[in-house]
Structures are given as C-alpha cells and as structure tokens.
Design a protein around this ligand. Sequence first.
Ligand SMILES: Nc1ncnc2c1ncn2[C@@H]1O[C@H](COP(=O)(O)OP(=O)(O)OP(=O)(O)O)[C@@H](O)[C@H]1O
Ligand SMILES: [Mg+2]
Length: 305
Amino acid sequence: MTLLQIADLRVAYPGPGGPVEVLHGVDIEVAAGGRVALVGESGSGKSVTARSVLRLDADARVSGTVRLAGTDLLPLPAKRMRAVRGSRIGLVFQDPLAALNPVMTVGWQICQPLVIRGVPRRTARRRGIALLRDLGVRDAAERFDDYPHQFSGGMRQRVVIAIAVIAEPELLIADEPTTALDVRVQAQVLELLTGLADERGMAVLLITHDLGIVAGFAEQVVVMRHGRVVERGATDDIYYRPTHPYTRGLLGAVPRIDADPAVRLATVPEEEPVEPGPDATATATATAAPAPAPAPASTNEVTAP
Ligand SMILES: Nc1ncnc2c1ncn2[C@@H]1O[C@H](COP(=O)(O)OP(=O)(O)OP(=O)(O)O)[C@@H](O)[C@H]1O
Ligand SMILES: [Mg+2]
C-alpha cells in the first residue's frame, strides 16, 4: 500500500523578478512501512521536497499533490495540517541544533507533541524517558531535565529523533539526520532509526547526500538533481546498474575501501542534460563507478514526459 504519494510537485519562491521555481514536477512514493532514500547534490531540492510535504514554507507557491494514505495534504485547512505534523508525519530537520529550543529542557521538548494532543504530562514524561533510553541515552531520567547545550551532537540528534517519533507517526522524514555526526555515531543513529522503524512499522524517507549510508538502509532510492528526479529504482539496481550519468557520477565519487588507488574518484559533470534524452547513458563520464556496465534495458532512469 502506498502511504505517501508525491505527484508533480512544483515549488516556487518569490524572487526579485517574480516567482522562481525550484522543484519542477517531483514524483516520489513511499510504501507503508517502506524505506526510501532521497539523494542528490546540495541544492537539488531534497529539503524543499520535505518541507513542502509538511507545508512548512509560508512563502512557497506549491502545486501538485501530496497524498498521505489517499488524502491530499496541500489543500487541507491549516488546523488539520497541524494535526498531520508530528502525529502522522514526523520530521527530523537537517540542522539538529536549530531544531531545538535552547531555553527549554530536552524533556519538555520531547513531551510537547504528546502534551498538545492531550496526553497527561506524567504519562508523556514516562514515555519520553523510555524513548530516550531506547535511543541509547544513558541515565535518560536524569538527563531529561537538562538543556540542549548540555548534550553532545550525537545525543542532541537522538533528542531530535525522539521529538519526531514520540507521537508514533506513520512516516518519518529524516533530512540528513546524521550529517553533523562522526561516522561511528552516524552508524549508531542510523541503526536506531532502522530499529525504531521496524518495531513500529514506520515508513522512512531518508534524505542524504551520503550514498555510503543508503545501501544498508533503503529499499528504494530516488535521485534528484536541479529540482527534478533523474533516476529511481530498487537500491541494488541503482548501485549496480545506474543508468543516469549523474547517478553514475555520484556513485563514482564515493570513496571505496576496495578501490584501485590508481583510479581517481569521479567528479560529477556540471554541464546539465536537464531533460535526459534516451541516449543519456552514452555520455556517462564516471571513471570509478562501482558497476561500469550499463544496464541493457534498465528502467531506473526517469525520462522526461
Ligand atoms: N526558502 C527559500 N527561498 C528561496 N529559495 C530557496 C528556499 N529554500 C530553498 N531554496 C532554493 O531551493 C533549491 C533547493 O534547495 P534545498 O534546500 O532543497 O537543497 P538540498 O537538496 O536540500 O541541498 P543540501 O544537500 O545542501 O541540503 C536551492 O536552489 C535553494 O537555494
Ligand atoms: Mg537540504
């Protein structure tokens, strides 16, 4: 069953000479309980996609459809939209520090999504402490009344995840949840997310530009560039049979421990085949892509209508 269905999503922001479109018709689907990675270089539109699903940018002009279990969120009245945020879709923001309020205790912030839904404070507190403990925070009960600045980066990220999932949403959108962390903590946080998603049957849309963490996490990968989806498919197909030159470039740019040191990492070409033509794979320039052989009849590549 499809839980989230984003179709022909277009987003424009006001610019000095009129609205500037930054998303040009994005289609993404996430199955109930599924795990999808949204990847792409900086500025490709990943965060705008996430924020538009939750309608967080008041000045954005958004069109298309964003269906959650069949209901289009874009025309929903503000009040009903507020009920979707947090309880049905949790969001882990890209910048964990900015997402936390420095003058409120972490416990207060974790409990808030429950308290505003009428859960008694004591119950919310008990659930918050249990969740924080599940997320690997030692002495969770004592740390509950600390302030964000008393937590390390990795611990703060766990707090941010706790806030996003405490109300047990069906979908978690995690925007670069591990970028600010060192690799060891990155792996831990990702493992926690995976465990939590499995346990609760929660779907996850993981936004990242780190292809290294995608393979073990996602079943499906969607690749964006310049506000468009340029490739999509099962994770293995994307890794071993990438069809779009940009995806091949991205994969070629991932350092691999088993790589031949004589082969240089690829750079992604800047010249832009905005609407990839049918022979786009012929122009692939990646030199160290893990799977140099092009897929004969792969359907990963998203062709322009
Ligand atoms: N509030 C805004 N107003 C105007 N333009 C914006 C706004 N937010 C994003 N943009 C533009 O939209 C484009 C996509 O930005 P977005 O933040 O989605 O990229 P991203 O893929 O998340 O990149 P990164 O990996 O660096 O986080 C960029 O060109 C950005 O400048
Ligand atoms: Mg972003």
